[in-house]
Write a protein that binds this ligand. Structure first.
Ligand code: C5P
Length: 201
């Protein structure tokens, strides 16, 4: 039987870290759904039309290293407002969620739109400042020079676009367990997530 964990929240709140740790703990597969929108965004930056790019997306598109840049993140949040782009990506995500052995999907609309019947739902948040500081460290470590002010602006612009769009806006599902990671260590956040999921098994 399949068991789906939906993990949603704003940029750099800790969704990815928590999702990877939870997937490893339970032996579930993990899909970072942001990569789908980033891959479409990257194809748009390369000159393709977003809807055609989403419809033609290939698994190997998700492996490209440039998907992690701030430029691609902004492009991702722009293509993500387009209903046809979102629709083209639904089947892949739902098929992943149904795989035997369990799956963790992280994104913005997993608990609300993609997997409304997920067995466990988490909504992971943190203050914009904490999130920008974390993202700055990641970008610098990955060799993308930038500043805290730039990253904060980027995070806030994406949050605004993600929360205010009409298609699948970022918001907690009614039955999601909320985890604010602002003052938590990674270990504490992961422990809370595992406990919330255990409670639904
Ligand atoms: O999670 P990540 O920062 O990689 O996501 C990049 C962008 O993709 C987000 O800002 C959002 O606009 C979009 N996205 C989305 N729905 C998802 C995952 C990501 O709209 N499930």
């Amino acid at each position: 039987m399949s068991f789906t964990v939906a993990v949603d929240g704003p940029a750099a709140a800790g969704k990815g870290t928590i999702s990877r740790a939870v997937a490893a703990h339970f032996g579930f597969a993990h899909l970072d759904t942001g990569l789908l929108y980033r891959a479409v965004g990257a194809r748009m930056l390369a000159g393709e039309k977003p809807i055609a790019a989403a419809e033609a997306l290939l698994p190997e598109d998700l492996e490209r290293p440039e998907l992690r840049t701030a430029e691609v993140a902004q492009a991702a949040s722009k293509v993500a407002v387009i209903a046809e782009v979102r629709a083209a990506l639904v089947d892949f995500q739902r098929a992943f969620a149904r795989r035997a052995g369990g799956a963790v999907l992280d994104g913005r609309d997993i608990g609300t739109v993609i997997c409304p019947r997920a067995q466990a739902k988490l909504f992971v948040t943190a203050s914009a400042e904490v999130r920008a500081t974390r993202r700055l460290k990641e970008l610098l470590a990955a060799g993308h020079p930038t500043t805290l002010a730039e990253v904060l602006e980027d995070v806030k612009a994406r949050d605004a676009r993600d929360m205010n769009r009409s298609e699948a806006p970022l918001k907690p599902a009614q039955d999601a367990v909320q985890i604010d990671t602002s003052a938590l260590s990674i270990e504490e956040a992961v422990e809370m997530a595992i406990a919330a999921i255990e409670a639904r098994r």
